[in-house]
Design a protein. Structure first.
Length: 214
């Protein structure tokens, strides 16, 4: 039980670092928020990356809640592939008329962040066991190499976001006085892998502009 608890703790920390401290979601929001905001530079020393937040407290809270929701799902479904989907949409009357109040969401852009959460090697070993010095040194070297590789991957994804966001603008609705309507879709702890993927596919088919970040 102690080993399993330690696994979950390490998994939670790794996911939180990647999401929170590199914030792919915040980068997308910044390049799709056309209203007046106060940009805030955030340095990620772990990966030597700087990203920009919109400086909106409510948005930061929303992103954090969704990150925690995804982490809960990943802990329940280890070593699985999944997606986080950020959608922007308009709300339009479904049947225009005097007595109609029904609206439908028309998605004008969706971002799919593909994720494969894996547990680091050697997590299954007991915390009390002593490893030789050379083994510990090798483990530290492997950790450093993985971190460098992950840093390069994250930088590539952030550049992808910037390129997509700057190149594709014709479909964006007229600028409003607030942030665009949006939703962040992540699998919940009760979602099955198949059910989640099917729901994401349905949403992808309903959008005219979709971007996949691997």
């Amino acid at each position: 039980a102690l080993v399993q608890k330690e696994k979950r703790k390490q998994l939670h920390c790794s996911l939180h670092l990647v999401f929170k401290r590199t914030s792919i979601l915040h980068t997308i929001f910044f390049h799709r928020t056309l209203t007046l905001v106060r940009p805030k530079d955030v340095d990620c020393d772990l990966f030597e990356i700087t990203y920009v937040q919109c400086g909106l407290a409510e948005l930061e809270k929303e992103v954090d809640e969704k990150i925690n929701q995804f982490i809960a799902w990943a802990e329940k479904h280890p070593n699985r592939k999944s997606q986080v989907c950020l959608s922007f949409f308009d709300e339009k009357n479904k049947h225009p008329g005097w007595f109609s109040s029904k609206t439908e969401r028309v998605y004008w852009e969706q971002w799919f962040i593909n994720l494969h959460v894996t547990s680091p090697k050697g997590q299954g070993k007991s915390r009390g066991s002593k490893a030789p010095a050379n083994t510990k040194g090798q483990a530290l070297e492997e950790t450093s190499s993985r971190r460098d590789a992950l840093s390069l991957l994250i930088q590539e994804v952030l550049f992808q976001i910037i390129n997509y966001a700057n190149e594709k603008k014709d479909h964006i609705p007229p600028i409003s006085d607030r942030i665009f309507n949006h939703e962040i879709l992540v699998p919940s702890s009760s979602d099955s892998v198949f059910g989640w993927n099917a729901d994401v596919l349905r949403r992808a088919l309903s959008s005219g502009h979709s971007y996949s970040l691997n």
